[in-house]
Write a protein that binds this ligand. Structure first.
Ligand code: AMP
Length: 211
């Protein structure tokens, strides 16, 4: 069984994704992280994708699907998908791939209000090395896992890009979430709780599928 994690930017998909993957032995496909790896390269495609991401827009579907299919083909076990599908067009391609490769999916939707998401996104920092995300309440400027590594703010966590990303989420991703819910393969979790409580709620939903 593969898991798809849905949720507004800042809902905690990255944090919960790590915990879920560890509990059930899943490989994580984090779409944003895979794209950030790609834009580090020095070529015209990387430059184009970098501009799209910094403005907060969605990267073209064909490119994203190529990266995903490649990831699935090179993975032995079950996968946790974070950040895909984000539009009706992507859902169509994604469902095709899942069917063609004979995989089963289950969705978890971490719900959060837009105000809470903006508050979290504008104040979060992350480690450029291990990618751990730190909330506003974390005091140090260094990562607690990677000695002497200073935390950074993501270049697309500026209010202007955040607004574009949340707008895209409302217009493009919410219809996909509704469709998965109507198909009976998605369960909602309240994201405005402690990290531990959100994890507990998710485990309660997923444990029966993995035992
Ligand atoms: P995230 O780390 O999930 O917030 O994603 C960061 C950025 O990566 C987004 O604002 C998009 O530019 C790009 N991105 C992530 N997932 C997708 C996707 N499924 N389709 C297209 N672009 C994406």
């Amino acid at each position: 069984m593969d898991i798809i994690l849905f949720g507004m930017q800042g809902a905690g998909k990255g944090t919960q994704g790590k915990v879920i993957a560890e509990r059930y032995g899943l490989d994580v496909f984090d779409t944003g992280a895979e794209l950030r790896k790609l834009v580090k390269e020095n070529n015209p495609l990387a430059q184009k994708v970098r501009q799209i991401m910094e403005a907060g827009h969605l990267v073209p579907t064909e490119l994203v699907m190529e990266i995903i299919e490649n990831f699935i083909q090179n993975t032995q076990g079950n996968i946790l998908f974070d950040g895909i599908p984000r539009s009706a067009e992507q859902a169509k391609y994604f469902d095709d791939i899942i069917q063609r490769l004979d995989r089963k999916i289950k969705g978890i939707f971490i719900e959060l209000t837009e105000e809470e998401a903006i508050e979290r996104l504008t104040s979060r920092r992350s480690c450029p090395n291990c990618k751990t995300i730190y909330p506003k309440s974390y005091q140090s400027i260094y990562c607690e896992n990677c000695e002497n590594t200073e935390l950074i703010t993501r270049s697309d966590d500026k209010l202007e890009s955040i607004k574009v990303r949340l707008n895209t989420y409302q217009n493009e991703t919410i219809p996909v979430i509704n469709e998965y819910e109507n198909r009976g393969i998605l369960t909602k979790v309240n994201g405005k709780q402690s990290i531990e409580k959100v994890s507990e709620d998710i485990f309660e939903i997923l444990d029966p599928s993995f035992n």
